[in-house]
Structures are given as C-alpha cells and as structure tokens.
Write a protein that binds this ligand. Structure first.
Ligand SMILES: Cc1cc2nc3c(=O)[nH]c(=O)nc-3n(C[C@H](O)[C@H](O)[C@H](O)COP(=O)(O)O)c2cc1C
Length: 187
C-alpha cells in the first residue's frame, strides 16, 4: 500500500450547487464538494467566504441541487467565478431560475433534484467561513427523473461526483447492489 499523508480525499464527493438570492433578489449559485448529510433532516456544508455567504447573511434560506453531466460546464463555472466579481455570472450559466416554492431561494430548472434548505447553525464562524448546518425543508425532483416507485431515480439523472485526487468529475454509474440487504448473505 502506498501512503499519501493527510489529504481531503473522502470519496466520492458530491457536486452541490448552492442557490441563494442577494438582498435585491438576484440569484447566485456556487459549487461545493465539502458537504453531506448531518442528521435525518439536516445537511452540513463547509463554506469559505463567498458571495453565497454574503447572501446568507441577509437571507438564511437557500437551495442545494446536484450537478449532472449535462450541467457540468456551468456547475464548474459557478465554482471558479464569484458573483462578487461577475455580475453576469448566472446569465453565463444559461440556467433557468425560478423561486423555490417553500424557501426564498432560487431553483435552477436544468438541475433535476433540489433541496430547499434553511440555515440552522453556523459553526466556527469567522471571516474565512464556517460550517453551515441547515434544515432540509423540502426536496423537489423533476418528474421525468422519478422511478417506478415514485421516488427520485439516481440512474436517470446522470449525477456527477467530484474526485479530489485528480480534480475531475465522474458520472455516477449503474446500480450494483441492495443496501441493508446484500450483506445478509454473509450472516
Ligand atoms: C469542484 C469544486 C468544489 C468546491 N467546493 C467548495 C466547498 O466545499 N466549499 C467552499 O466554500 N467553496 C467550494 N468551492 C469554491 C466555490 O464554489 C467558489 O469560490 C465560487 O466562486 C463561490 O461563488 P460565489 O462567490 O459566487 O458564492 C468549490 C469549487 C469547485 C470548482
């Protein structure tokens, strides 16, 4: 086994698109990989200092959507250009913006699944950022991406993950097993 020391290499990492409104109601999006489930109804995201965090000072509601192969270029773009510097940022993505039904935050219609969220806690807040813990208020999924059982079908969405080793995006593949089930064969 080769050793690599300490690196931020949890695999796979999500490609979360955080949607916020500024105080004038202009939409913004940013890319975040350092996030995950925190509790049954909560998520956590490690945030630096961004237009997004400026927006969250004025309005504690936001959306989190999952980037796809089809939206990859714009998803990466919102991760390398700040709304602080580029007023045309959202226009350049080409994404269709709609207000979320349950929170004061934008939904980007090209992204198949979106969580509507509300800030619950900012842990270790400083000028350089914080760990954002937020309640999941609701989840929206475009109906064309639903499975036969009525739930979101990950295989249909072409969701991408971030590989922090090579700084690349990888599309999720096929179903290979059943959780809480296949392991029973070894009981
Ligand atoms: C693949 C990728 C992952 C990123 N993950 C994070 C993250 O987890 N937390 C963070 O604060 N910034 C992250 N960023 C950087 C922000 O997306 C970037 O600074 C962005 O321009 C902020 O936009 P804003 O200033 O308009 O809010 C990531 C960028 C990329 C490309």
């Amino acid at each position: 086994m080769k050793s690599f020391g300490s690196k931020p290499w949890i695999l796979p990492q999500p490609v979360l698109i955080i949607g916020t409104y500024d105080k004038d109601g202009n939409a913004n999006a940013m890319n975040a990989a350092w996030g995950g489930q925190w509790d049954m109804h909560e998520i956590v995201i490690s945030l630096g200092s961004h237009q997004t965090t400026d927006n969250l000072k004025d309005n504690s509601e936001f959306t989190v959507a999952f980037a796809t192969t089809e939206t990859l270029v714009a998803a990466d773009y919102v991760g390398i250009v700040s709304g602080r510097k580029e007023p045309e940022k959202m226009k350049k993505t080409g994404w269709t913006v709609e207000k979320a039904p349950n929170v004061n935050a934008p939904v980007f219609k090209e992204l198949p699944m979106t969580m509507e969220c509300r800030v619950k806690e900012k842990i270790d807040e400083s000028e350089t950022g914080y760990y954002l813990v937020a309640d999941i208020v609701n989840i929206l999924c475009d109906e064309q991406y639903l499975a036969a059982d009525g739930n979101p079908d990950v295989e249909k969405m072409n969701i991408i993950t971030y590989d922090p080793v090579h700084h690349i995006y990888i599309q999720l593949g096929k179903v290979v097993g059943k959780a809480y089930s296949d392991g029973k064969r070894l009981k």
